[in-house]
Design a protein around this ligand. Structure first.
Ligand code: 5GP
Length: 218
Protein backbone atom coordinates (compact mmCIF):
# COMPACT_ATOMS: atom_id res chain seq x y z
CA UNK A 1 0.00 0.00 0.00
CA UNK A 2 1.21 3.52 -0.76
CA UNK A 3 2.36 5.54 2.20
CA UNK A 4 -0.21 8.24 2.93
CA UNK A 5 2.55 10.73 3.75
CA UNK A 6 3.62 10.54 0.08
CA UNK A 7 0.18 11.47 -1.16
CA UNK A 8 -0.62 14.81 -2.68
CA UNK A 9 -3.05 17.13 -0.96
CA UNK A 10 -5.27 19.98 -2.06
CA UNK A 11 -5.43 23.15 0.02
CA UNK A 12 -7.76 26.07 -0.54
CA UNK A 13 -6.65 29.44 0.79
CA UNK A 14 -9.22 32.20 0.78
CA UNK A 15 -9.37 35.52 2.49
CA UNK A 16 -10.63 39.02 2.04
CA UNK A 17 -9.09 40.90 -0.82
CA UNK A 18 -6.41 42.99 0.88
CA UNK A 19 -5.86 40.54 3.74
CA UNK A 20 -2.38 39.79 2.45
CA UNK A 21 -2.86 36.32 0.96
CA UNK A 22 -0.49 37.07 -1.89
CA UNK A 23 2.34 38.06 0.45
CA UNK A 24 1.69 35.05 2.66
CA UNK A 25 1.87 32.79 -0.41
CA UNK A 26 5.20 34.32 -1.42
CA UNK A 27 6.60 33.76 2.08
CA UNK A 28 5.23 30.22 2.17
CA UNK A 29 6.83 29.28 -1.16
CA UNK A 30 10.11 30.91 -0.14
CA UNK A 31 10.29 28.85 3.05
CA UNK A 32 8.69 25.70 1.59
CA UNK A 33 9.26 25.57 -2.17
CA UNK A 34 7.76 22.08 -2.32
CA UNK A 35 4.24 23.54 -2.34
CA UNK A 36 2.73 23.96 -5.78
CA UNK A 37 0.57 27.02 -6.34
CA UNK A 38 -2.07 26.76 -9.03
CA UNK A 39 -2.18 29.73 -11.44
CA UNK A 40 -5.75 30.78 -12.20
CA UNK A 41 -7.28 32.19 -15.33
CA UNK A 42 -9.05 35.54 -15.04
CA UNK A 43 -10.86 38.04 -17.22
CA UNK A 44 -9.55 40.89 -14.99
CA UNK A 45 -7.05 43.35 -16.45
CA UNK A 46 -3.47 42.82 -15.22
CA UNK A 47 -2.35 45.17 -12.42
CA UNK A 48 1.01 46.84 -12.62
CA UNK A 49 3.75 44.31 -11.94
CA UNK A 50 1.56 41.26 -12.54
CA UNK A 51 3.06 38.72 -14.89
CA UNK A 52 1.22 36.54 -17.40
CA UNK A 53 1.40 32.91 -16.29
CA UNK A 54 2.74 33.81 -12.84
CA UNK A 55 0.08 35.96 -11.23
CA UNK A 56 -2.66 34.75 -13.53
CA UNK A 57 -3.33 33.72 -17.09
CA UNK A 58 -5.14 36.83 -18.33
CA UNK A 59 -7.75 35.72 -20.84
CA UNK A 60 -10.73 37.15 -22.72
CA UNK A 61 -14.34 36.60 -21.68
CA UNK A 62 -14.76 34.43 -24.79
CA UNK A 63 -11.83 32.21 -23.89
CA UNK A 64 -13.12 31.95 -20.30
CA UNK A 65 -16.56 30.90 -21.59
CA UNK A 66 -14.91 28.30 -23.83
CA UNK A 67 -12.96 26.83 -20.89
CA UNK A 68 -16.15 26.61 -18.81
CA UNK A 69 -18.00 24.98 -21.70
CA UNK A 70 -15.29 22.42 -22.28
CA UNK A 71 -15.03 21.61 -18.56
CA UNK A 72 -11.41 22.75 -18.37
CA UNK A 73 -11.94 24.49 -15.03
CA UNK A 74 -12.09 22.68 -11.69
CA UNK A 75 -14.13 25.56 -10.32
CA UNK A 76 -14.91 29.10 -11.36
CA UNK A 77 -16.65 32.13 -9.91
CA UNK A 78 -17.39 35.77 -10.56
CA UNK A 79 -15.83 38.26 -8.18
CA UNK A 80 -16.04 42.04 -8.31
CA UNK A 81 -17.32 42.05 -11.92
CA UNK A 82 -14.61 39.68 -13.26
CA UNK A 83 -14.40 35.91 -13.72
CA UNK A 84 -11.79 33.65 -12.15
CA UNK A 85 -11.18 29.92 -12.52
CA UNK A 86 -8.79 27.09 -11.66
CA UNK A 87 -7.40 25.14 -14.64
CA UNK A 88 -8.25 21.51 -13.95
CA UNK A 89 -5.50 19.61 -15.79
CA UNK A 90 -2.55 21.15 -13.92
CA UNK A 91 -4.05 20.58 -10.47
CA UNK A 92 -5.06 16.99 -11.18
CA UNK A 93 -1.65 16.15 -12.63
CA UNK A 94 0.28 17.66 -9.71
CA UNK A 95 -1.83 15.91 -7.07
CA UNK A 96 -1.40 12.61 -8.92
CA UNK A 97 2.36 13.23 -8.81
CA UNK A 98 2.14 13.58 -5.01
CA UNK A 99 2.44 17.36 -4.74
CA UNK A 100 0.76 19.52 -2.09
CA UNK A 101 -1.22 21.86 -4.30
CA UNK A 102 -2.59 25.21 -3.13
CA UNK A 103 -5.48 27.13 -4.69
CA UNK A 104 -5.72 30.77 -3.72
CA UNK A 105 -9.39 31.37 -4.50
CA UNK A 106 -12.45 33.17 -3.16
CA UNK A 107 -15.18 31.55 -1.08
CA UNK A 108 -17.70 30.52 -3.78
CA UNK A 109 -15.00 28.61 -5.64
CA UNK A 110 -13.85 27.22 -2.29
CA UNK A 111 -17.32 25.78 -1.70
CA UNK A 112 -17.24 24.07 -5.10
CA UNK A 113 -13.84 22.53 -4.34
CA UNK A 114 -15.02 21.33 -0.90
CA UNK A 115 -18.06 19.70 -2.50
CA UNK A 116 -15.96 17.98 -5.19
CA UNK A 117 -13.08 17.08 -2.93
CA UNK A 118 -14.21 16.72 0.70
CA UNK A 119 -10.64 16.08 1.86
CA UNK A 120 -9.51 19.54 0.67
CA UNK A 121 -7.81 21.51 3.43
CA UNK A 122 -9.61 24.82 3.90
CA UNK A 123 -7.80 27.89 5.24
CA UNK A 124 -9.10 31.45 5.56
CA UNK A 125 -6.88 34.52 5.99
CA UNK A 126 -8.15 37.65 7.78
CA UNK A 127 -6.76 40.96 8.93
CA UNK A 128 -6.97 41.67 12.69
CA UNK A 129 -9.69 44.27 12.03
CA UNK A 130 -12.06 45.55 9.35
CA UNK A 131 -10.42 48.98 9.55
CA UNK A 132 -7.04 47.43 8.72
CA UNK A 133 -8.59 45.71 5.71
CA UNK A 134 -9.89 49.02 4.40
CA UNK A 135 -6.54 50.74 5.08
CA UNK A 136 -4.66 48.00 3.21
CA UNK A 137 -6.96 48.09 0.22
CA UNK A 138 -6.57 51.84 -0.05
CA UNK A 139 -2.85 51.72 0.81
CA UNK A 140 -1.86 49.32 -1.94
CA UNK A 141 -3.12 51.91 -4.41
CA UNK A 142 -4.02 49.43 -7.14
CA UNK A 143 -7.80 49.96 -6.98
CA UNK A 144 -10.09 52.92 -7.55
CA UNK A 145 -12.28 53.91 -4.56
CA UNK A 146 -15.23 52.24 -6.30
CA UNK A 147 -13.27 48.99 -6.52
CA UNK A 148 -12.25 49.31 -2.86
CA UNK A 149 -15.91 49.71 -1.91
CA UNK A 150 -16.84 46.70 -4.06
CA UNK A 151 -14.16 44.58 -2.39
CA UNK A 152 -15.25 45.63 1.12
CA UNK A 153 -18.82 44.66 0.25
CA UNK A 154 -17.52 41.34 -1.05
CA UNK A 155 -15.69 40.84 2.27
CA UNK A 156 -19.00 41.28 4.08
CA UNK A 157 -20.52 38.49 1.97
CA UNK A 158 -17.47 36.28 2.49
CA UNK A 159 -17.80 36.65 6.29
CA UNK A 160 -20.97 34.56 6.00
CA UNK A 161 -19.13 31.70 4.28
CA UNK A 162 -16.39 31.26 6.84
CA UNK A 163 -17.86 28.11 8.38
CA UNK A 164 -16.67 26.00 5.45
CA UNK A 165 -13.02 26.55 6.48
CA UNK A 166 -10.98 24.41 8.88
CA UNK A 167 -8.61 27.14 10.05
CA UNK A 168 -8.55 30.93 10.20
CA UNK A 169 -5.17 32.67 10.08
CA UNK A 170 -4.94 36.28 11.26
CA UNK A 171 -2.36 38.16 9.20
CA UNK A 172 -1.00 40.84 11.51
CA UNK A 173 0.75 43.87 10.06
CA UNK A 174 4.39 43.11 9.20
CA UNK A 175 4.09 39.46 10.24
CA UNK A 176 3.38 37.70 6.97
CA UNK A 177 6.33 35.35 7.51
CA UNK A 178 4.75 34.09 10.74
CA UNK A 179 1.37 33.81 9.05
CA UNK A 180 2.97 31.74 6.27
CA UNK A 181 4.47 29.40 8.87
CA UNK A 182 1.04 29.01 10.47
CA UNK A 183 -0.41 28.14 7.05
CA UNK A 184 2.31 25.49 6.63
CA UNK A 185 1.59 24.05 10.10
CA UNK A 186 -2.15 24.02 9.40
CA UNK A 187 -1.66 22.13 6.13
CA UNK A 188 0.68 19.58 7.68
CA UNK A 189 -1.64 19.05 10.68
CA UNK A 190 -4.72 18.69 8.48
CA UNK A 191 -2.92 16.19 6.24
CA UNK A 192 -2.67 13.96 9.30
CA UNK A 193 -6.31 14.33 10.40
CA UNK A 194 -7.77 10.82 10.82
CA UNK A 195 -10.69 11.60 8.52
CA UNK A 196 -8.31 12.38 5.66
CA UNK A 197 -6.31 9.20 6.03
CA UNK A 198 -9.28 6.93 6.79
CA UNK A 199 -8.43 4.23 4.23
CA UNK A 200 -4.87 4.07 5.52
CA UNK A 201 -6.08 3.73 9.14
CA UNK A 202 -8.62 1.05 8.13
CA UNK A 203 -5.92 -0.96 6.37
CA UNK A 204 -3.68 -0.52 9.39
CA UNK A 205 -6.46 -1.92 11.61
CA UNK A 206 -6.95 -4.91 9.29
CA UNK A 207 -3.19 -5.59 9.29
CA UNK A 208 -3.15 -5.45 13.10
CA UNK A 209 -5.97 -8.00 13.31
CA UNK A 210 -4.11 -10.31 10.93
CA UNK A 211 -0.88 -9.96 12.87
CA UNK A 212 -2.72 -10.89 16.08
CA UNK A 213 -4.30 -13.96 14.49
CA UNK A 214 -1.29 -15.42 12.72
CA UNK A 215 1.10 -16.44 15.48
CA UNK A 216 3.88 -17.36 13.04
CA UNK A 217 4.54 -13.68 12.37
CA UNK A 218 6.06 -13.41 15.89
P1 5GP B 1 -7.66 39.65 -7.33
O1 5GP B 1 -8.44 40.32 -8.40
O2 5GP B 1 -7.51 40.53 -6.11
O3 5GP B 1 -6.36 39.08 -7.82
O4 5GP B 1 -8.52 38.40 -6.86
C1 5GP B 1 -9.84 38.58 -6.43
C2 5GP B 1 -10.31 37.33 -5.72
O5 5GP B 1 -10.40 36.25 -6.65
C3 5GP B 1 -9.36 36.88 -4.61
O6 5GP B 1 -10.15 36.56 -3.48
C4 5GP B 1 -8.71 35.66 -5.18
O7 5GP B 1 -8.36 34.73 -4.18
C5 5GP B 1 -9.83 35.11 -6.04
N1 5GP B 1 -9.38 34.17 -7.07
C6 5GP B 1 -8.21 34.16 -7.74
N2 5GP B 1 -8.15 33.13 -8.58
C7 5GP B 1 -9.33 32.45 -8.44
C8 5GP B 1 -9.87 31.26 -9.04
O8 5GP B 1 -9.28 30.59 -9.87
N3 5GP B 1 -11.12 30.89 -8.64
C9 5GP B 1 -11.84 31.59 -7.72
N4 5GP B 1 -13.03 31.12 -7.39
N5 5GP B 1 -11.34 32.70 -7.14
C10 5GP B 1 -10.12 33.13 -7.49
Amino acid sequence: MENWTDRGSLTVISGFSGAGKGTIMKELLKAHPEYVLSVSVTTREPREGEEEGKSYFFISKEEFARMVREDELLEHADYASCSYGTPRAFVERKIAEGADVILEIESQGAAIIKAKCPSAIMIFVMTPSAQMLKDRLIGRGTETMDKVRERLLQAQTECGRIDQYDTVIINEAGKSEEAAERVHEAIQAQKRAPGRIRDFVEKFGEDLREINISQETF
